[in-house]
Design a protein around this ligand. Structure first.
Ligand code: ATR
Length: 276
């Protein structure tokens, strides 16, 4: 039987997930489908019932439904439970299994840029949903010190309080001082979208070996990444994470592990540029 998968969100029309998954379905010559479905938060319960009915092999979940689907599934792994959100659902005999592949996709994007990335000390900018997935990923990789710096200090403190002493909360103004010992900087805020930039945030004190990652991918080269590149630092763009997070879901629903190829990057990049 041909497998069906979906991405749900509200709105969902901007999602690049159909483009990515349909590219893989075509290139692997698989008989399946992937569709975008707009589900308003109030319509999650009937949609979950549809899922239990076995219409779909599973799908992706985007904003603002990641927490609601986490609450609705029958089981999630420990990482998704700590993050409190999922972006991937797998349906098995009417049971719903939730996973957070934003976290594993983020780690895979670091690995794609820097071999098997290992580091001791990381700075995460932002304390929202994306930051939760990134922090969980870094802690699961054994990073000994993760500094979460946020405009609103209480959100950073709340995130740090979910972990033992390896995660510390701070302010964006702490960046310069903390960056002297950092091997990784990750921007999880929306700063960078449309070319916006942080006030007074300079990478000048970062070690030359540090990696700078940005989850924002419009533009692909944010001012933060441009600055990093100009300083000779290695960078990881947000498109890599977007592509990497899609791999495990596709493998679970359609039974073949797809590859993130330069051709796929180009396809999504052209699509992003066409709609700007
Ligand atoms: P997401 O789920 O995508 O992470 P979110 O939960 O709304 O989205 O979080 C957005 C993050 O971007 C927050 O850390 C937010 O900081 P606040 O907690 O202070 O709101 C951060 N952010 C958004 N705009 C910002 C700006 N202009 N300067 C600094 N941080 C910003």
């Amino acid at each position: 039987m041909s497998q069906r998968a979906f991405v749900i969100g509200h709105p969902v029309a901007h999602s690049r997930s159909p483009l990515i998954h349909r590219y893989w379905l075509n290139s692997l010559n698989l008989d399946g489908s992937y569709e975008a479905i707009d589900v308003a938060p109030a319509d999650v319960p009937p949609f979950v019932e549809r899922l239990r009915g076995g219409e779909f092999a599973g799908g992706n979940v985007t904003l603002p439904l990641k927490e609601a689907l986490f609450a609705a599934v029958d089981e999630s792994d420990a990482a998704a439970t700590r993050i409190g959100a999922i972006n991937t659902v797998i349906v098995e005999d009417g049971r719903l299994i939730g996973r957070n592949t934003d976290m594993t996709g983020f780690l895979a994007s670091l690995d794609a840029a820097a071999g098997n990335w290992v580091g001791e000390n990381a700075i995460v900018l932002g304390a929202g949903g994306a930051a939760r997935a990134v922090v969980e990923g870094l802690v699961s990789r054994g990073v000994k010190k993760v500094s979460v710096l946020n405009r609103t200090p209480s959100r950073a403190s709340l995130l740090a309080s979910r972990y033992a002493k390896e995660v510390k909360a701070g302010l964006l103004m702490d960046f310069t001082q903390l960056s002297e010992a950092a091997s990784l900087v990750v921007n999880t805020t929306s700063v960078g979208m449309g070319g916006t930039q942080f006030d007074k945030l300079t990478l000048k004190a970062l070690p030359k070996t540090a990696l700078v990652a940005d989850l924002v991918y419009t533009p692909l080269e944010t001012p933060l990444l441009r600055d990093a590149r100009a300083r000779g630092l290695k960078t990881v763009d947000g498109l890599e994470m977007l592509l990497q997070q899609a791999v495990p879901g596709f493998a679970a629903w359609f039974g073949k592990t797809p590859e993130v190829t330069p051709e796929l990057r180009e396809l999504v990049l052209n699509d992003l540029e066409g709609t700007r």
